[in-house]
Write a protein that binds this ligand. Structure first.
Ligand SMILES: Nc1nc2c(ncn2[C@@H]2O[C@H](COP(=O)(O)OP(=O)(O)OP(=O)(O)O)[C@@H](O)[C@H]2O)c(=O)[nH]1
Ligand SMILES: [Mg+2]
Length: 298
């Protein structure tokens, strides 16, 4: 029995996860590849591609909130606990998904799910271990507009890192909605975010950050920002250095750029995911001579 391959798309609310899932599906279809699309957001509707499996057929956030009088976050946690108690709903259909498929799991945007409680890590374990044995890559999206606020960007980076450590999966970080920052930020400056340059945490108050805050005003509807204070306070300088050091130590945090309108950008990210899960290796036709008769190599 062959392996299975998949990617789980995570990231904060509105980061563009569902849009990325759709563009990935379009791209796979155009390349004559099969995919199996799973929606695990119990509040999601309006899909470009109808999911093959939808958590809403098991439980919906709306019902949970209404019947159990829970708020949206508590309700979501309840939905996932319910899913974990009824894992067959997810695992049974996946037993029939074969190795040529790419399983795409679209997650909700509450980052607590990835960083605070072990629910998603437990879910992931159920998919990657045991009889399903899915080779899975986590795709963590952060929207590129965060670049305009360094505090936000680095806090997003830390969340990505936290998810990475909790999930224990091959992990790709993605800077989404690149079309929104095109022309707003120079190539050289952008590079400092794609491979986070932690000195950005230290020079946030310099004149060179003018672009950053000018642009932010337009983006945040004029809401006052205290990002400047956070970055300039003396006592924070040390903290910023420590955070910078932490990110540096885990030099694993770098970002791929996603522009969903650009086929090449979607294709490049797919290649990265394929490599991480070793998808193509499994698609090679088997040489009859390679089979030494035993056949049971677990
Ligand atoms: N300009 C631009 N907008 C985008 C892009 N991707 C997503 N959006 C918009 O961003 C909003 C959120 O996109 P979704 O794909 O629903 O984001 P999500 O991460 O699935 O959101 P939740 O599931 O609610 O957490 C929508 O209005 C999208 O149209 C992009 O690449 N460029
Ligand atoms: Mg979504």
């Amino acid at each position: 029995m062959g392996s299975r391959y998949g990617t789980i798309i995570m990231g904060p609310a509105g980061a563009g996860k569902t849009t990325f899932a759709s563009s990935l599906i379009s791209h796979l279809r155009a390349s004559k590849r099969s995919c199996y699309y799973i929606n695990l957001d119990p509040a999601a509707s309006d899909f470009v591609y109808e999911p093959d499996l939808d958590i809403k057929d098991l439980i919906t956030l709306e019902d949970v909130m209404e019947e159990l009088h829970l708020g949206p976050n508590g309700g979501l946690i309840y939905c996932f606990e319910f899913l974990l108690d009824n894992l067959d709903f997810l695992t049974d259909p996946l037993e029939n998904v074969t190795e040529e498929y790419l399983i795409i799991i679209d997650m909700p945007g509450q980052i607590e799910l990835y960083t605070h409680v072990p629910i998603v890590p437990n879910l992931v374990r159920a998919l990657t271990k045991g009889s399903l044995n899915i080779s899975m890559c986590a795709a963590y999206l952060l929207e590129s507009t965060f670049i305009v606020d360094r505090a936000k960007f680095f806090s997003g980076t830390l969340s990505a890192m936290s998810a990475m450590l909790m999930m224990e999966l091959p992990h790709v970080n993605i800077l989404s909605k690149m079309d929104l920052v095109k022309g707003q930020i120079g190539r050289k400056e952008l590079k400092r975010y794609v491979d986070p340059d932690v000195s950005l945490l230290q020079d946030g108050h310099g004149r060179d950050s003018g672009l950053v805050y000018e642009y932010k005003d337009g983006l945040d509807n004029g809401e006052p920002t205290n990002a400047k204070n956070i970055m300039t306070g003396d006592s924070f300088a040390k903290l910023n250095r420590a955070v910078g050091q932490l990110i540096d130590d885990f030099s694993l945090v770098s970002f791929l750029k996603l522009d969903v309108q650009d086929e090449d950008s979607v294709g490049a990210i797919l290649s990265y995911i394929d490599d991480a899960i070793q998808y193509h290796e499994a698609q090679e036709p088997k040489e009859p001579n390679d089979d030494l008769g035993d056949g049971d190599d677990g």
